[in-house]
Structures are given as structure tokens and as C-alpha cells.
Design a protein around this ligand. Structure first.
Ligand SMILES: [Zn+2]
Length: 465
């Protein structure tokens, strides 16, 4: 009954063959599944990276819009006891003529300092490369490519006060109200500088023969520091509105609040001294100078509190030249020009060029209450007027237009320039809507010979003179 032996062998052989085939099939299937799994893993991972790369700029650009991240409301401080003169709330009007009062200037153009001016006469490369990213890159935290190269993000805003109608507004809205749309930028950048166009004091005596006399409560400074403002310029035509006592109080209150100040001091040495600060291994020197003083005795002197004047710029040039040897980036904030005039003038230009010849990498001007043009000289940016920032609202519509000046600087002192348009509402800069912002940027370009300003606000020099 049994099959013959040869038959049996044949049958066993066939079964063995079938078993082997099955094993091979299983191995192959497993290999295919493994390859698929590896492929899926690689694909999923790379996709994930791409997504997170995208995520960063998106998050950042929402910062630029600035809306959402208003600082938490600090319980509103009581409205400041500002002087009665402040009820002249309208923005300082054509006090321009008084401005040029202090005379005696040795009109010396940046004498023989050209050697100190950096060697790079080339347009800075950073402008274009970094241009498209709006707002403040969360540079403190994230190590984006340009941070790896070690560039600093700096913000400059225009005239700031907490007096008159601004004080009234802050009395109801709280002292952090002015910074609602800018604090997220200021807190993340490396340096924020405003022009403080007012004494900050509870005392002082209002200047007698002056059309607009300002006085701001020290309570405003805590919110300003919390909002990320690091330094203020005091070289302007209001710092002594409450006399020398008002200036000395201002210096004290700023110091207590942890805000650095430049451009004024208890004597000339302090007034002309730069504020040195180092960020990410890059050393900055910041100066403040004014060519707008209501009276000549507002200028600081030996043992005489006051302001760093540049009616005669020789001392300022010498100070800048000295700082050039110690700092990587030398920045000068200047107060100059004619109020409500949008075109910068020859006096501003020769002073700006003199400062750059002396070694400045960046010149940021103010006082006209309107924006003025930009210029690049020897590869260095000059912003002639930053306009109003935290201010009262006059009837002149041009004074309502302003910008935040966003600057990136490298350790070699090469800086880019970008304008972010804002509306200077009463006591609060508010991001400008896109259409109005585009129009404003075009207007700035038309005021800036040899300079282009793109839709994102990035300035570039057509060619260097
Ligand atoms: Zn001014």
C-alpha cells in the first residue's frame, strides 16, 4: 500500500521545496515592509523639519504686526501731576526759529578724521539678505543664520513724552499703553533707543520764556523699562524745560529705572560721554548730540549741567573718534533740522557727514516731528528724522505718520536700515495699515536721493558717492 521508496523521496523533496519557497517569500515580504518603513520614516522626518522651519518666521511676523502680545496691563498709575503749561497740548509748533538761537559755531566740517571712518565704503550686504524677514526675529532665543553671523537688532523711535494730553490718556489707560504695539519687538531686540523729549521729575521750575514746556511723571519710566526701552537720548530742546533740577531729577529717575541716557549730564564730560554696552560679543557706543537748544546756557559745561551741543561739533567729533577705537558699532542720535519740514537741509547733512567721517556707523536724527529722508554716506546710514513716537497729536496730519527704524549691525560696524510704518496716535504708535504704509515708504524714498526703499521697508543705496 505504501508508495515505492523513490516515489516517497520525490514527495518529500517537493514538500521541502515548497517550505523553502514559503520561507523565501516571507523574508522578501519582510524586507519590502522594512524598506517601506525606512522610507516612510525618512520622508516624515524631512517633512517635519520643513514645517518647523516655516513655523519660525510665521510666528515672528505676527510679532511684527505687534497686535496680539500686548504686555499685561499694569494697574494704571494715577495721572501725573503735570505742569499747567502742558495744557498747551498741541504738538510743538513752529518754534523752529528759537531753535537756532545759540550761535557761535565754528562751522567745521568733519576735519581730517576720514582715516578713522571705517574702511568699508561698500554698500552693506546685510541689507538685502536680511531684508525679507519682518519684525524682530526672536533673536534672543533662536539661532537663526544671521545670528550665527553675529548681527544685532536695534530699534529707534522718535520723540517721546508723557506730558499734557499724553499724561491725561495714560491716567485712564495706564503707563504701559504707549507700548502696546511695540513692546514685543523691544523686548526681543538687542537695543531700543527713543528720544525722550521731556524732563522726568516731580519737581523743577518750568522755563519761563518758552512756548511749550513739558514735564513727565517718573511713574512713566517703569513701564518704559518693562516695555524693553534700553536707552534714551536727552540731547534735545526740552530736557531743561524744568530747569537744572528737572534735568538732574531726570538722570536720577532714569538710572533708578535701569534706562541708560546719553546727550545730557551734570556736566559736559557726562553729556558728551557715550553709553557703552556689549551684546552678543559686539560692543556698541551710543551718543546723543543736539543742534537745537532754546538758549546757549542749555549747553553743558564744566560743572554746569546741560546738553551735549553740536553748534560747534568739534567736541562731538573728538568723542566719536575716541569711541571708534573702543567700540565695534558707533551710533549717534542727533537733534536737528526744522520742525515740520520733510526735506533734510545742508546743516543736517554736513553734520551727519562729519560724524561719519569721525567714525560713526549710524546716525539717527530727530526733532522735525515729521519723517525725513534717508541717506547712505560712505556705506553708513543716516536717518534724518524719526518723527513723533509717543506724543500728543497736533492738527498737522504729517506729524501723525511715523516709523520704527529697525537696524541690524555686525561686529564690523556694517548696518542695514529698515522702516516699519506706524501711526503716531495720541500717546501710542499703532502699526500702519498696509496701503498707507506702502504710500509712506514711497514718500520716504522720494525724500531720499540715491536710496531705494522696498515694499518691506528695506532701504538700499543705489550707489555710494
Ligand atoms: Zn525737539
Amino acid at each position: 500500500m505504501y508508495p515505492p521508496r523513490s516515489e516517497k523521496n520525490k514527495h518529500e523533496k517537493k514538500q521541502r521545496q515548497q517550505r523553502q519557497n514559503k520561507v523565501w517569500m516571507i523574508i522578501n515580504l519582510m524586507l519590502i515592509v522594512a524598506v517601506c518603513l525606512v522610507g516612510l520614516y525618512v520622508y516624515y522626518n524631512s517633512d517635519n523639519n520643513a514645517a518647523s522651519d516655516l513655523g519660525q518666521p510665521q510666528a515672528e511676523s505676527s510679532n511684527a504686526a505687534g497686535g496680539s502680545e500686548a504686555p499685561s496691563a499694569e494697574s494704571s498709575a494715577s495721572s501725573a501731576g503735570t505742569a499747567s503749561e502742558d495744557s498747551q497740548q498741541a504738538a510743538p509748533s513752529a518754534a523752529g526759529s528759537e531753535a537756532d538761537a545759540p550761535a557761535a559755531s565754528l562751522q567745521q566740517g568733519g576735519a581730517g578724521n576720514a582715516a578713522a571712518a571705517s574702511a568699508d565704503g561698500t554698500a552693506n550686504a546685510s541689507a538685502g539678505a536680511e531684508g525679507n524677514q519682518s519684525g524682530s526675529q526672536g533673536d534672543a532665543a533662536s539661532a537663526s543664520p544671521e545670528d550665527a553671523g553675529g548681527s544685532l537688532v536695534l530699534h529707534f523711535g522718535g520723540d517721546t513724552l508723557f506730558s499734557g494730553k499724553v499724561a491725561d490718556k495714560l491716567g485712564t489707560e495706564g503707563y504701559d499703553f504707549p507700548f502696546q504695539y511695540v513692546s514685543s519687538l523691544f523686548q526681543q531686540d538687542d537695543l531700543t533707543v527713543l528720544n525722550l523729549e521731556t524732563p522726568v521729575t516731580d519737581g523743577g521750575v518750568g522755563a519761563a520764556d518758552k512756548q511749550y514746556v513739558f514735564k513727565s511723571s517718573p511713574k512713566a519710566l517703569e513701564a518704559m523699562a518693562a516695555a524693553g526701552v534700553d536707552a534714551v537720548n536727552l540731547a534735545n530742546n526740552h530736557t531743561l524745560d524744568q530747569g537744572e533740577e528737572g534735568l538732574l531729577d531726570t538722570l536720577d529717575h532714569l538710572k533708578s529705572a535701569g534706562i541708560a541716557s546719553v546727550g545730557a549730564g551734570s556736566d559736559d564730560d557726562q553729556a558728551y560721554a557715550p553709553y557703552y554696552v556689549e551684546k552678543k560679543g559686539i560692543k556698541i557706543a551710543l551718543f546723543g548730540f543736539s543742534r537745537v537748544l532754546p538758549k546757549s546756557d542749555w549747553a553743558a559745561g564744566a560743572g554746569h549741567p546741560g546738553i551735549a551741543s553740536v553748534y560747534d561739533p568739534s567736541r562731538a567729533y573728538a568723542a566719536v573718534k575716541a569711541a571708534r577705537q573702543k567700540a565695534d558699532v558707533v551710533i549717534v542720535v542727533t537733534h536737528w533740522g526744522k520742525e515740520r519740514v520733510q526735506q533734510y537741509d545742508d546743516t543736517q547733512q554736513s553734520l551727519a557727514h562729519g560724524l561719519i567721517d569721525a567714525g560713526a556707523d549710524l546716525v539717527i536724527g530727530g526733532h522735525p516731528h515729521v519723517l525725513q529722508g534717508l541717506e547712505q554716506y560712505k556705506g553708513k546710514w543716516i536717518a534724518y528724522s524719526t518723527g513723533n513716537f509717543i506724543f500728543t497729536r497736533s492738527s498737522a496730519a504729517k506729524t501723525w505718520e511715523t516709523a520704527l527704524f529697525e537696524v541690524r549691525c555686525t561686529k564690523t560696524g556694517s548696518c542695514s536700515m529698515k522702516l516699519v510704518p506706524y501711526d503716531a496716535e495720541l500717546a501710542q504708535p499703532v502699526p500702519m495699515d498696509a496701503a498707507a504704509g506702502a504710500k509712506l515708504l514711497q514718500e520716504i524714498q522720494s525724500l531720499s536721493p540715491g536710496v531705494t526703499v522696498d515694499k518691506a521697508g528695506n532701504a538700499a543705496a543705489a550707489a555710494n558717492p
